[in-house]
Ligand binder design. Structure first.
Ligand SMILES: [Zn+2]
Length: 190
């Protein structure tokens, strides 16, 4: 169990809700969701969570989880500005709680579309979460960006090349339904 998981669990404990739905968790914390995009939440449990409601439900849910991630750090007494990577890790732990995620993963091993449906999120988020929860070496690659989990022994350029042209014998490349994204992993890592 790492920091992000305990921070997410702390919010669920305060809300007394065992949920992986960020909007439900926000409501359980007494937060009102506001469409207005603001500076994020103010770190008070009776406040308003400002989240842009534009886009797909998965995107709205991610933004909501991200703001709850900031709130979790506020509650834990972490001064702002927060480490955005940690905030995102908390957001992922809110949407895909570790224990539930493990259970679902054993039920649908590497079935990213099925896992995304279970947690009502994107394949990108479940792929990266699988990397965190199971200590896997993998990366999600899209439009020049590379987001890694685990120690992959190759550089970003190689990962991008694999995503574009296939990994030959050394890597597995899995296209995601999230537009033009790929999971890339060394063949012996998965
Ligand atoms: Zn942020």
């Amino acid at each position: 169990m790492d920091t992000a998981d305990s921070l997410a669990d702390e919010l669920r404990a305060i809300a007394r809700l065992d949920t992986h739905d960020p909007a439900e968790l926000a409501a359980g914390l007494g937060l009102r969701l506001s469409r207005r995009v603001g500076a994020g939440c103010q770190g008070q449990l009776d406040d308003v969570l400002r989240v842009s409601m534009r886009g797909a439900p998965e995107a709205v849910s991610w933004r909501c989880a991200h703001e709850l991630g900031h709130l979790a750090l506020d509650v834990a007494g972490v001064a702002r500005p927060h480490d955005e990577q940690l905030v995102n890790a908390v957001a992922a732990a809110i949407i895909c709680p570790r224990r539930e995620f493990r259970r679902a993963f054993y039920e649908h091993p590497f079935r990213l579309p099925a896992l995304a449906r279970v947690f009502r999120t994107t394949e990108t988020i479940v792929a990266l979460r699988a990397g965190e929860v199971f200590d896997l070496q993998l990366a999600v690659v899209w439009s020049g960006r590379v987001v890694r989990r685990g120690e992959i022994g190759v550089d970003d350029g190689t990962l991008r090349r694999w995503a574009r042209h296939g990994g030959e014998d050394v890597a597995r490349v899995v296209p995601l339904t999230d537009a033009r994204r790929f999971v890339v992993a060394p063949r012996d890592a998965l």
